[in-house]
Design a protein around this ligand. Structure first.
Ligand SMILES: NC(=O)c1ccc[n+]([C@@H]2O[C@H](COP(=O)([O-])OP(=O)(O)OC[C@H]3O[C@@H](n4cnc5c(N)ncnc54)[C@H](O)[C@@H]3O)[C@@H](O)[C@H]2O)c1
Length: 331
């Protein structure tokens, strides 16, 4: 039985990847500090260790104990827009933490390190973004992801450490944190409707994204290690279909039968149109059935209506207040 570590497995994507791996008969260990994830997301049948990838002593003990075959690294603080204002935290958590994990993988000869990066590495380049473009990340979150991608490449050359990199985009679905005010526009809209608040949109809502249902993403990531030809490769992953944020708001209003108004906020610094090509992914991996945005929203809305309601929280260690959007300031 393969022994497999999933970092961030109490979070949204990580919990689905962990569930898939368990169904594939791996012995799954989740490491998560619960800074963003929830205990109720952890699938049955897996071992759970509460702890941080910043705790290299803990990592050394875990790797010694389990002798992992595979590591899926999803733990991160992924609030991309906020990362400008929490640079130190961003690089410590998302870059240094990742390096701590990689050190142990190299020492213990892990067969494959699966890294969940992001299309944030591309910045605002021409669309569709393809894997052969030279990344030009424009925010600390994307810079940390790209730096670690380069670290994996260097570690393959230096130590033979195999890896696969996925660059997902705008994933949504069940288990997503509905209370995070900084990210996941679907979760933010649903939370606002459930709280009887107006939906907030930065700018005029004409920015477009290819929103991707979790079942189009997690199974491919979980099964990837079974395909050695994918080792050392980078893959965009997610939906081919784009939608504007304004249209998305309307679709969510319909799914909740809601009359909520839309409140337009000042535009913020963000990539206006982001979508990628997935030809490479399709060439390497068996297709998964696609789920339309309308259907995905219905499924997520059904879950959200029943999910336990929790208060929204704000990150309380902002490092730079200059240009911080006013609704991100602590009350
Ligand atoms: N959701 C998306 O659309 C999307 C898009 C691109 C990339 N990603 C990447 O996918 C991964 C998972 O994202 P998600 O949307 O599921 O977010 P999430 O916040 O739901 O999951 C991240 C998990 O990591 C945990 N975590 C954070 N810092 C940690 C630390 N120092 N030690 C241990 N655990 C820690 C959190 O508690 C949380 O459970 C992240 O690496 C993110 O950058 C997500």
């Amino acid at each position: 039985m393969h022994k497999t570590l999933v970092t961030g497995g109490a979070g949204f994507i990580g919990s689905h990847v962990a569930r898939q791996l368990w169904a594939m008969k791996h012995h799954v260990v989740i490491l998560d500090d619960l800074s963003g994830g929830l205990l109720e997301n952890i699938p049955t049948g897996v071992d759970f260790v509460k702890g941080s990838i910043l705790d290299h002593q803990l990592l050394a003990e875990l790797f010694e104990k389990y002798q992992f075959d595979y590591v899926y690294h999803l733990a991160a603080y992924a609030a991309e827009g906020l990362s400008h204002f929490i640079k130190r935290f961003n690089y410590q958590n998302n870059l240094t933490g990742s390096v701590n994990l990689l050190n142990e993988c190299i020492k213990h000869e892990v067969k494959c390190f699966v890294f969940v990066s992001s299309i944030a590495v591309y910045g605002s380049q021409q669309t569709p973004m393809t894997e052969d473009m030279i990344p030009q990340p424009e925010d600390p979150y994307g810079i940390a992801k790209y730096a670690f991608e380069m670290e994996l490449k260097a570690s393959k050359e230096m130590f033979g450490q195999d890896y696969i990199i996925f660059r997902p985009h705008n994933v949504y679905g069940e288990n997503q944190n509905l209370n995070d005010p900084y990210r996941n526009v679907l979760g933010i809209f649903m939370n606002q409707i459930l709280n009887g608040e107006p939906l907030t949109i930065y700018g005029d809502g004409s920015q477009t994204r290819a929103f991707s249902y979790i079942d189009e993403v997690a199974p491919v990531i979980a099964r990837s290690v079974e395909n050695p030809s994918a080792y050392g490769e980078i893959f965009n992953i997610g939906s081919d279909h784009t939608c504007s944020v304004r249209d998305l708001a309307q679709m969510i209003q319909v799914a909740f039968d809601s009359q909520a108004t839309i409140h337009f906020l000042d535009e913020r610094k963000e990539v206006h149109h982001a979508f990628c090509a997935h030809d490479k992914l399709k060439a390497y991996f068996a297709p998964v059935s696609s789920v339309s945005l309308q259907e995905g929203i219905v499924r997520m809305a059904g879950w959200a209506k029943k999910a336990e309601r929790k208060a929204s929280y704000k990150f309380d260690e902002i490092e730079i207040y200059k240009n911080l959007p006013s609704n991100w300031k602590l009350d």
